[in-house]
Design a binder for this molecule. Sequence first.
Ligand SMILES: [Fe+2]
Ligand SMILES: [Zn+2]
Length: 469
Amino acid sequence: MASRRTVAIARSLSAGFARRQIICQHSRNPWLQAIRAISTSPLQTSPAPPASSEASPAAAAATQTPSSIINKKRTFNVTKADAQPTISKHHKISFDDKKISVPWEEGKTSTFQHIWLRDHCQCSSCMHPQTKQRMLDTFSLPLNIRPSQVEPKDEGLYVKWRGDHESLYSWEWLHRHSYAPRLEKYISVQRKLWSKKDLETDMPVVKYSDVMESDAGVAEWTSKIEIYGFCFVDGVPVSPEATKEVAERIAHIRHTHYGGFWDFTADLAMNDMAYTDLALPAHTDTTYFTEPCGLQMFHLLEFDGKGGESLLVDGFRAARILRDEKPEAFRTLSAVRIPTHASGNEGVSIEPYTPFPVFNHHPVTGELVQVRWNNEDRATMDRWGEPEEVEKFYQAIFEWNEVLKRVDGEFREQLVPGKLLIFDNWRVLHGRGSFTGHRRLCGAYISRDDFHSRLRITNYGRKEILMGL
Ligand SMILES: [Fe+2]
Ligand SMILES: [Zn+2]
């Protein structure tokens, strides 16, 4: 267990910030260790969305809380709080026809059904030691499988099954994966929601050399992106090749109909407003994909002109403001599904498999996990339950637009060669001012899952991550 003092420090440091269940106690990143906080139940940054006010019949289904059989642990990138769980000295491990009961020193008793335990055997013939993939043929097991012997050992719970297979489950593994009851304590890290003023004294920046030279540098970089929603990388050589190499320190680049790594000027080469010199209001990219791009990177290579400063707005902070000030608008934009498309290029017309709302919430915790907002890419909305919903929707997007355009939430900065910007496209909206002259920008997209994989592996280590699977 983390000491009381650690928890108290973490709690006080995280006060005032929205928290999210992501960080493991054993993070090697001291910066993250300082801000971790412990919670035994999931926390929310926003209330669960309503089950009405939808523009399409599918909306209601999507906003309902799914069945409780969903394994909550799998919904976080978290792991454990208790490093060395111990079994009770006073109560014995027992089993009956259906399950094994494991009493813990902390006073709780976990029960594990036989078929579940056998199916989760950790031995090297049931589970590949390297890939952690199941090699056991689950369907070769009798559904009513039972142990013939159950014994606590120093290393863990030994079970001999009828039919002679032997399994050993470490105490740590059993405690972490206990489902009746759930015992794992979620350890959270702050997600720091920022205004323009906050960034004056607290700007996320890392050094190019740190990112390129070690995984510890990548750990710091990815954790800053996670916590602030964006980060600068300073000291990058001014070339597309070097920029691409920086992106690839996180993961491979996500290709889209725009290609892979981009290097562009305002020539409308891609028939998208991004390729013009017009001002772009705060938006998220690729709302027309089922899974919008996770990270977006920009590096200004050349500029001789005026204007074109970059704009960032913390979408989670803006969503919280809308929720607090205009709850009805927040509910509407958590429910109404907005059709989107990308059809500028000949031969391409992309739409997500289903329209999504502006605010997308975690189906189990209700936590806000994604903002999708691009008014330019909105397609015709012609599916409404009741005509009044049209007015309600327009009221909501006007109020949302008003919050997004508040000056105190707008961080504007002129990008300069050598200082690259990367941001979380599921959270932070971006835009830019209109400009004159020649402007050459390069950059890339990275998928959200690839980013999170790198974030977790570099911050917690592979062993820790695999134990949680
Ligand atoms: Fe964009
Ligand atoms: Zn086995």
